[in-house]
Design a protein around this ligand. Structure first.
Ligand code: SF4
Length: 713
């Protein structure tokens, strides 16, 4: 394969058992693209015993933090994303190889230092942090940082890096361009006390609030005695065709970028331009937009109040959501639209607090209402069956947020029960029925509901079942926000339901034909159809390459419908501004949009082979009982409108509230999906013929050794 541009050329392997580092040539991994593709292949190559690593805290676990050719470039909403892969902590029925992702400037600085990814194996004998300055790699003692929060840790490391040879305000590095000088700060990824205590709810934090939350990554760092990773570099990114990149960027800006002055800015992209707490309540004070490297969306913000900086989306609203959820009837109703309780400033404070302590806020948001209910029933509190000293009577105050978060991070008080995860903790307390009946809203694999319940938003749950975690892929979720926010705001939607569906299916090559509009029909009579299996295939394969491996931001890509344009057609797949245009400009390859999706299929199949080695079977892929047994009665917004036909075949936006799944139907849908992928429908395992058709004979051989190849056709 010819040498590709856009890559730094080296992957850094740190072996903490021996406290050594090695260089792996990126060239050996080109075919996996970057990000998740790199992480999956590195895991496959470096994990000593995939079947035996049943907890992410096992020293044999391999954690990879990877960029892509886009890292450090000005590809819109792609230059600053970073993928994390490892075996999880705290999930059911067992921990699996999983992923997370964060933004900011970490992957771009890693690239500027000359590295495409860092992969870490083993466990250090004492707390350490990894300090990389261009090609100089140091594993340093972090004993004095143990106990510090994520912001303090980053500040200490950045000051330490800048201390060396500071001259006239420039950080002089050991070598590199511009005589090794830079005005940039080191980019640091750190854990807080939650990760140090190996709590399943621990996450990784970079900057003020870029978090890799789901999957217990913080606990993985903590188990390796790894406090932080720091990169600073003075290099640059070698781009194959800079003129093509700049041309596409100008075109994007002129014809596809969100115009903040237009009333159409109520769309998902517009929503991400402010934290959810602000969107749903009131502005606490003036704020300014901020963004990851190269992004045109700017969904982060800097607040003049001095806290809550860069908390976005979920983190900005976790406390508000928990409080409203409890106060407005429990059952994990988020009720974000109910503005009668305004905790905006306190929510931003609580967002910062969770980021400092390194806590996964999705996991705790649903936990608080559950605890409050037990407290109200006299089952939880001082001297009660579940003994806890937290001040439950002042839920909503900063004092409660402080005490609760510290308990979770340090594994004390109520937090002692959740060190191994929320669902395992609830089960150990004898309340497993609360997961089954939905009192605790954790519908799959021990992961919390993301707010887009699969009883309404079908693809969210389906894609999750077929992968490893709450999928957190908003490819189609744009519809939820755009349509339902328009309804809430009394704005006329410029796009009728059938045209919305058409715009989406036009982008779903190669699995959906442009006229197969039924792929976006969310009606009950279409819930378990074969065409919906192929729609989810597209979501999974698009996501595995373009989002998780090429690292285009989920808040911006795919761009299926673009309300700035008269023809409403977004940039996705477009030959002037689509995904492949950026890829080819940066790398010098000549691939199509569909080629990228095919690469995503291959990456997903490697993931699936890892899951199968870990014990994955079709029977594991199921929702919690309440998804089947109870009707959906709540949403973040008052309605849950989606494009759907009625029995007469007429399209409209129809409210999906009031619906449940049926077990038989979900099993039918699963069979459709397995067949579409070429996986054995009885087991969900891939076949030799399929793997070999994707040049993965070695993977087929490995599965055959353990008797886990699927039956052919
Ligand atoms: S949309 Fe937000 S999260 Fe995504 S790249 Fe831009 S600033 Fe970062």
């Amino acid at each position: 394969m010819k040498k590709l541009k856009g890559y730094a050329g080296k992957i850094l392997h740190i072996d903490l058992n021996n406290m050594t580092h090695h260089v792996l040539p990126t060239e050996d991994y080109y075919e996996w693209g970057g990000g998740h593709g790199f992480g999956a292949k590195l895991f496959w190559d470096l994990c000593e015993d995939i079947e035996a690593v049943i907890d992410g805290r096992d020293p044999r676990n391999v954690i990879t933090i990877a960029g892509s050719p886009f890292s450090g470039t000005n590809v819109p909403s792609a230059g600053g994303r970073c993928e994390v892969t490892n075996v999880s902590v705290g999930l059911i029925p067992r921990n699996r190889f999983t992923r997370s992702n964060f933004g900011g400037h970490f992957s771009s600085m890693m690239k500027h230092a000359g590295w495409d990814a860092i992969t870490i194996t083993g466990k250090a004998p004492y707390p350490v942090y990894i300090d990389v300055r261009n090609h100089h790699v140091m594993i340093r003692d972090a004993s004095h940082l143990w106990g510090k929060d994520t912001h303090e840790t980053q500040q200490f490391i950045q000051e330490n890096v800048a201390k060396i040879d500071v001259a006239a305000g420039w950080n002089a590095q050991l070598d590199g361009n511009d005589i090794g000088r830079t005005t940039q700060k080191a980019s640091v990824l750190a854990i807080g006390p939650a990760g140090e205590n190996q709590a399943a709810l621990g996450c990784l934090i970079h900057g003020a609030g870029n978090a890799a939350g789901q999957g217990g990554n913080g606990a993985v760092f903590g188990s390796k005695n790894l406090k932080a990773i720091s990169f600073i570099g003075t290099g640059s990114v070698d781009i194959a065709d800079p003129a093509a990149l700049v041309k596409a960027r100008f075109k994007t800006r002129e014809f596809y970028a969100v115009d903040v002055d237009k009333s159409t800015n109520f769309t998902y992209n517009g929503l991400s331009a402010g934290p959810a707490a602000i969107t749903f309540s009131q502005m606490p004070t003036e704020h300014r937009a901020s963004s990851c490297h190269g992004c045109v969306n700017g969904c982060k913000q800097r607040n003049a109040i001095g806290y809550g900086n860069e908390v976005t989306c979920q983190t900005s609203v976790w406390y508000l959501g928990a409080v409203r959820s409890y106060k407005f009837g429990g059952d994990a109703k988020l009720s974000l639209h109910n503005r009668s309780i305004d905790l905006t400033a306190d929510s931003l404070y609580a967002g910062d607090l969770a980021n400092r302590l390194g806590i996964n806020t999705y996991a705790i948001m649903a936990l608080i209402p559950w605890m409050q209910k037990l407290h109200a029933k006299g089952k939880l509190g001082v001297g009660k069956k579940i003994d806890s000293n937290l001040p439950y009577e002042i839920l909503g105050s900063r004092e409660f947020a402080d005490k609760f978060c510290h308990a979770i991070a340090t594994g004390t008080d109520i937090g002692a029960h959740f060190l191994d995860g929320v669902v395992p903790g609830v089960q150990a307390l004898g309340h497993g029925a609360d997961v089954d009946n939905g009192t605790l809203d954790y519908p799959y694999y021990g992961m919390p509901e993301h707010g887009y319940d699969t009883r309404a938003e079908l693809e969210w749950g389906y894609a999750t079942l077929m992968t490893d975690r709450d999928m957190n892929d908003h490819a189609l979720n744009w519809i939820y926000w755009t349509v339902n926010l328009a309804k809430l705001s009394g704005i006329d939607l410029p796009i009728p339901a059938k045209e919305m569906a058409t715009c989406f299916v036009e982008k779903m090559a190669p699995y959906i034909k442009p006229d197969e509009v039924s792929a976006m029909d969310y009606a009950s009579h279409n819930m378990y159809s074969e065409v919906l299996a192929r729609q989810v295939q597209w979501v999974n394969h698009y996501g595995r390459f373009w989002k998780n491996s090429a690292l285009m931001c989920d808040f911006r890509w795919p761009d299926c419908v673009n309300l700035q344009r008269e023809d409403l057609r977004g940039a996705t797949g477009n030959d002037e501004v689509g995904e492949h245009v950026w890829w080819n400009a940066v790398t010098g390859e000549d691939i199509s949009y569909v080629d990228g999706i095919e690469r995503g299929r291959r990456i997903l199949n490697l993931d699936n082979a890892i899951w199968v080695l870990e014990g994955r079977h079709r029977d594991d892929a199921k929702f919690a009982d309440y998804i089947y047994d109870k009707k959906l009665t709540y949403s973040k917004l008052p309605t849950f409108l989606w494009p759907a036909t009625n029995e007469a075949g007429e399209w409209d936006y129809r409210d999906m509230l009031g619906r449940s799944h049926c077990r038989e139907g979900v099993e039918t849908w699963k069979s459709h999906y397995y067949r579409a992928e070429g996986w054995d429908p009885d087991t969900g395992w891939p076949t030799r013929a399929l793997l070999e058709s994707m040049n993965m004979k070695e993977v087929a051989d490995r599965l055959e050794q353990v008797g886990k190849l699927g039956k052919e056709g």
